[in-house]
Ligand binder design. Structure first.
Ligand SMILES: [Zn+2]
Length: 413
């Protein structure tokens, strides 16, 4: 009998350990290696619902992974989302070095979601039956580790931990994206960055802890760009950790498009509101008030290329980054635990000017000039496809929303 008891205890401990739950009381000790270990454990424990793929290594040669979550994930076509009939959405976290809270918290949320699915929770299974969630939990592992454990660094010197946003080359990934957008009124590609340089807003001219845009595309940036190119995403969300805000505006796009961004941001604001009277995330449009502020951002890149909704969520307030408290981790988990279920209800407009590359949808645009310019840029084909939309991808609800918006916008004119 005693032997039996011992066996059960050891078995349970092993079982628990295999879930590899983060110890949030000691969250300051979590490394980028632990993040990848956690991903491996999730894939091992829930192979029906999650798979991972190794992307380009970081500058220091650390592994960067993307995870995909859905039901029957093994049937997902890795080369194309075109024929999946599921809604594909893309999230990233951990782009800025010192904002270490989001990768851990969102992996906890992913684990909770997988656990529920595994236990047969109807709502979760229903959501996973028509969604593929794509997530790069830790974009910048070098920065993550340097910010937490770095003592001295060739570029950053000493005592840089609290200020570090960049990667190991001193490039701020969020300023490293190609910054041009197509100005459909003047019919030309236009730089956002140029006006920022003129006004010297948030700019470093050399490698630094933050705001240096770099002369070359960094592997960490390329991972995101390549992944955006690969599938047709309903929306893109970049999760940061510096203030309880949602940045929603892409000032350089049309009102119709900006309304869509706003609608996504509002939905996320509602999701992030807890039942008690704790702070509600603020909606911020400073990218339109100070236009150059938006240069090079991941969301500006996504918006200018794909014209689908995109927001940046700033998930926490911490005056002592990168040292977040256990409560701050838990606050995010609590606020966003249902984010995937809630965002399942969000459907973005389908625009009629559609660009294809290699027979796969690249993006939908609300005007012909942009679609033509985009097709030229990516060596793709442009087609006007309003009449065919139903057959291509989508459900009745989306068509209704599309015409609803069209009608409202026509009334406004
Ligand atoms: Zn940030």
């Amino acid at each position: 009998m005693k032997k039996m008891m011992l066996f059960i205890i050891i078995f349970n401990l092993n079982n628990f350990a295999s879930f590899c739950e983060f110890d949030l009381l000691n969250a300051n000790n979590i490394t980028s290696y632990d993040i990848n270990e956690e991903i491996n454990q999730l894939v091992e424990n829930y192979p029906d619902f999650i798979e991972s793929e190794v992307l380009l290594d970081s500058v220091m040669g650390k592994e960067i992974k993307v995870i995909r979550i859905s039901n029957h994930i093994e049937t997902f076509n890795k080369n194309s989302s075109y024929d999946s009939n599921k809604k594909n959405t893309f999230y990233i976290a951990g782009l800025h070095a010192r904002e270490v809270v989001a990768p851990v918290s969102f992996l906890e949320i992913i684990r909770n979601t997988l656990k529920k699915a595994n236990e047969g929770d109807n709502e979760t299974l229903e959501m996973l039956s028509h969604n593929v969630i794509h997530f790069i939990p830790l974009v910048n592992p070098d920065g993550f580790d340097l910010s937490k454990f770095g003592k001295s660094h060739e570029i950053f010197g000493e005592n840089f931990n609290r200020d570090l946003k960049a990667n190991n080359n001193g490039v701020d990934i969020n300023n490293n994206f190609p910054d041009s957008f197509f100005d459909s009124y003047n019919n030309k590609w236009t730089s956002i960055k140029e006006s920022a340089i003129k006004q010297s807003l948030h700019i470093s001219k050399k490698p630094s802890v933050a705001f240096y845009w770099g002369t070359e595309l960094q592997p960490e940036t390329k991972n995101i760009i390549d992944y955006m190119d690969r599938y047709y995403f309903e929306f893109f969300t970049d999760i940061h950790s510096q203030g309880n805000y949602i940045f929603w505006d892409s000032w350089f796009l049309s009102d119709q498009y900006r309304n869509e961004n706003f609608r996504l941001a509002k939905t996320i604001q509602t999701i992030s509101s807890k039942n008690d009277d704790s702070e509600v995330y603020r909606m911020e449009d400073y990218q339109s008030k100070i236009a150059p502020h938006g240069y090079g951002y991941s969301t500006a890149y996504y918006a200018s290329n794909f014209h689908n909704p995109t927001v940046t969520i700033e998930t926490s307030t911490c005056r002592n980054m990168p040292y977040f408290s256990a409560e701050q981790y838990l606050d995010i988990i609590e606020r966003f635990n249902d984010i995937f279920i809630e965002l399942d209800k969000f459907e973005s407009i389908i625009y009629p000017y559609r660009v294809y590359r290699n027979n796969q949808i690249y993006g939908d645009y609300n005007n012909e000039n942009t679609a033509i310019a985009m097709a030229k840029k990516i060596d793709g084909v442009y087609k006007y496809e309003e009449g065919e939309i139903k057959e291509i991808k989508f459900n009745f609800f989306r068509i209704i929303i599309k015409f609803y918006y069209k009608f409202i916008l026509e009334l406004k004119h």
